[in-house]
Design a protein around this ligand. Structure first.
Ligand code: PGA
Length: 249
């Protein structure tokens, strides 16, 4: 049985004042029947982890450097994320791939480092609108999966998030059939590469304009084990609505 996961990606949003949202989330969803994860900017990781205390909400980073330490100004290693209280890290988000040129090879190296540091990885894949229009979606996903995911002996430490680039922050989402097609495809690819046992234990999240009003429909799609939520994770009321929908799925 895969444990469902509601993951919030705060991106470059939030100062200490935003931790008030976390207090609300802890009060209302601190003992949810699904796993809840918040990935704030690195500056807030330690404070957020402290604020969450013993509640059942995990915190994670939004990227990491492949090396443990060294002369890499501005970068943060997986060990540092873990030291600050993180148990997860998002890797290969399309904004990192686009803004920082992070290639599949880079994401794979980051994932190896993260796993070695004991973090679980949320590896993001997804096509651009031009790639979907050209009917290349599954080829793009296949290449990103093969290139970005390191060899694994267990699936529990890996989460794959399908995030169509054109659906991120736009209010547009694929049809439920389109989401199902990609999620079934990702599951088949993982089973082919890692074997059925490992392939079936990897959780698959949908991401891109998820909100309380569309979450229940998306969670009913086959092979959707939860969501990676951007904008709607910033407010406890919205993210809470998504957590509720996942608990009821
Ligand atoms: P969004 O972002 O929910 O704001 O569309 C999702 C993401 O980028 O993870």
């Amino acid at each position: 049985m895969r444990v469902k996961l509601a993951a919030g990606n705060w991106k470059m949003n939030g100062t200490r004042a935003a931790l008030a949202e976390v207090d609300t989330l802890v009060a209302e969803h601190g003992a949810a029947s699904v796993e809840v994860l918040l990935c704030p900017p690195a500056t807030l990781l330690g404070a957020m982890a402290e604020r969450i205390g013993d509640a059942q909400i995990a915190v994670g980073g939004q990227t990491c450097h492949p090396e443990a330490s060294g002369a890499h100004t501005g970068d943060i290693s997986a060990e540092m994320l873990a030291d600050a209280g993180a148990t997860y890290v998002i890797l290969g988000h399309s904004e990192r791939r686009a803004d920082h040129g992070e290639s599949n090879d880079m994401v794979r190296a980051q994932a190896r480092a993260a796993l070695a540091a004991g973090l679980k990885c949320v590896i993001c894949v997804g096509e651009t609108e031009a790639e979907r229009d050209a009917a290349n979606t599954l080829d793009i996903i296949s290449g990103q999966l093969a290139g970005s995911i390191p060899d694994l002996s267990t699936g529990e430490s890996l989460v794959v998030a399908y995030e169509p680039v054109w659906a991120i922050g736009t209010g547009r989402t694929p049809t439920l059939d389109q989401i199902g097609e990609v999620h079934d495809y990702i599951r088949a690819e993982l089973e082919r590469r890692f074997g059925t046992g490992v392939g079936r234990s990897v959780r698959l999240l949908y991401g891109g304009s998820v909100k309380p009003s569309n979450a229940a429909d998306i969670f009913a799609v086959s092979n959707v084990d939860g969501a990676l939520v951007g904008g709607a994770s910033l407010k406890a009321a919205d993210f809470g609505g998504i957590i509720d929908a996942l608990e009821q799925a």
